[in-house]
Ligand binder design. Sequence first.
Ligand code: SAH
Ligand code: SF4
Ligand code: F3S
Length: 439
Amino acid sequence: MATGKTFYIETFGCQMNAHDSEKVIGTLEQQGYAQVQVEEDADLLLYNTCSIRDKAEQKVFNRLNDYKKLHKLGKRFAVIGCVAQQEGEKIFERAPYVSLVAGSASYRKLPEMLARLEAGETRITGLDDRQTDLTFETEFTSRQNPYRGYITIIEGCDKFCAYCVVPYTRGKERSRGSDSVLEEARRIVDLGYTEIQLLGQNVNSFRDPQGKRSFAELLAALGEIPGIRRVRFTTSHPRDFTRDIVEVIDAVPTLCDHVHLPVQSGSSRILRMMAREYTREWYLERISWIKAAKRNIALTTDIIVGFPGETPNDFEQTVDLLNEVQYDAVFGFKYSPRPNTPALVMIDSISDVEKSTRLQVLLDRQREIQRVNYDKHLGEIMEVMVEGTNPGRGQITGRSSQNKPVNFTWGGPIAPAPGSYHRVRVTKTFPNSLVGEAV
Ligand code: SAH
Ligand code: SF4
Ligand code: F3S
């Protein structure tokens, strides 16, 4: 058994995982552990894993293999997150030096699991059976992001899209009470954060268990907290996207003018096979609400190419949808068969080469759309929140309210701090970023 109480944690995957790690770190610190930055210095090594695409589990085992030799020095290994939940006890078979395997829906029990680990137990599991109604809230959250305060408002997913592991890795959908969300927001404002980002696999599927506030009403209440300057939320699901979300963005200036609304495909036939429960037309109606807003709301999306049975015509409809919506960013992925998912029985009929070709066509088209979209900002003066510096180029890096990256030059001798806001005039545009100067 390890003698000291230091830990190293590495995080893969989405922002929810990043924020879970902040809560896990807080919980560990509360239990007397100190975080270290290199594997060799740690008594406990944690890997917070993702299994959304590709050979995710293989990557985790490779990573574990790289550090297996450290086990001989008395170090303990924990695999947490989505691969942990997906693979469960199989992890102990393939990597016997792992002592703890826990999915996110069991993190509430972390203090108890750590105590068992310290008592010398091995093969400790925290696996979810999609039964829990509990969320993982912790006042010990150790925020690692210096300028953006994450708040999870809904965990899990009940939508079971045909290709997706999330319902199996994150448990059933459960929302936090809106009072508790507001309380956490006020707490982080007191810590100095002015930007908060609400998180959920489907953030707008939020249903207040207290029955007090709708998602849009929660957004309004958060946006009106004194000291808050930016409220972001991700990811929105088209199925639960209601008109009042657009109305509240129009009404409350602190709500960022950006909606991430994954469409996955522009073909209603493929959407049906994906079990997305909406059609192209239904999706485009939501887009038309957003476009009719008084504010210029940036739109971004996720797309899967090469879903089983996707014909050239289906794919063409997706490219056509990009032309129609004119997104500000598109995250495109090649379909990847995942364990346990219904799509696994559909024949993954499209070759990897063809998937790559489709992805490239999609991204090339989108680049042209973005070139035009970003170019419209030339000469505009916008508020930018600083995220860091790019010393090589002597630039400050930050983001606009629309979430567009802005790199700007700064006249003064001391670079502005992350989290500070500045007015920037856009002097040059690229398809993925804006360049400007502080005014
Ligand atoms: N809840 C969100 C998406 C979360 S997963 C929604 O429903 O919109 C993030 C993105 O990963 C998805 O939008 C999808 O584009 C991609 N993705 C999920 N499973 C995938 C798979 N099996 N293969 C390729 N991409 C996938
Ligand atoms: Fe996955 Fe679909 Fe749930 Fe999104 S809504 S997390 S894609 S199952
Ligand atoms: Fe990955 Fe799990 Fe997030 S599979 S994308 S870490 S919900």
